[in-house]
Design a protein around this ligand. Sequence first.
Ligand code: SF4
Length: 317
Amino acid sequence: MSSTSAPIKPRYVSYATHLRQTFGCRVHKVSIDAGFTCPNRDGSVTTGGCIYCNNTSFSPGNRRLSITEQIETGKAFLQRRYGAKKFIAYFQAYTNTYADIAHLQDLYDEALACDDIVGLSVGTRPDCVPDAVLDLLASYASHTYLWLELGLESGHDQTLALINRGHNVAAFDDAVSRARLRNLNLCTHVILGLPGETPDDMRATIRHIANLCLDAIKLHHLHIVRQTVLEKMYRKGSVSLLSLDAYAALVADCLELLPPDTIIMRLMGDAPRDMLVAPMWSQDKRAALNRIEQELERRDIHQGSAYTGTLRPNQIP
Ligand code: SF4
């Protein structure tokens, strides 16, 4: 007699699984640098940018190439390396809604016209999504797969001021509620380990996000990259970083607090080896992700097991 064992329930909702279920094949994001700048750098909001920001550390796109050229180059790499079949054009570098509507439309249209592009992901700041931009994104969302990625980083105004974000939590909440009115898929970014924050502060940020019921989240550890204000602070000894064990424990806390269906787009940050100053544990990404999995297993917890908010109809088992 053969015995069948119950399938193992994943401990969190991974983006890769979501994409496979949505498209039925392997889908990857292609990063694009569309030549934007950022109001937090050009003086419209502040100058200097966020203290951890060096865009060359997270934007593999090459702004000297057209969007089509960047997409074709990225696709060829992802096809070779991962066997990807379809792609999402990821407007990643700087602030990807910081231009007039006609220009934004040209850029997004060019990306969508490329073969095998099945959607758009647009990364931006909460103070750079006026209603006209949200209306434009909603018009794309009506006929393509679209994500709006709004960086929050911390749910504490004191921390946002310290890291020179140039916006507060209320600006984020306002952007979320206006995007919600248009039914946009919403992802946010959070950094764990920002200067001055305790684990309780970080968990409070996650509770804030959990209450907003966003569709997805990216969790990053604080890392130091070259040529940033944060690098200077770190070299002076005024910034301490999380160990891998401490980070894994915090990620497990966050996953427990989030709604059970929030898509987890990232569990840690990435930086090119030649740009990374610290922590060095992040260079072995596989080992770091395994450590997080081990922590979830050791505690025998799943995403949402400590979520105390109201479940949406599709979350009720
Ligand atoms: S908002 Fe983004 S692009 Fe602008 S300074 Fe901050 S991290 Fe850099």
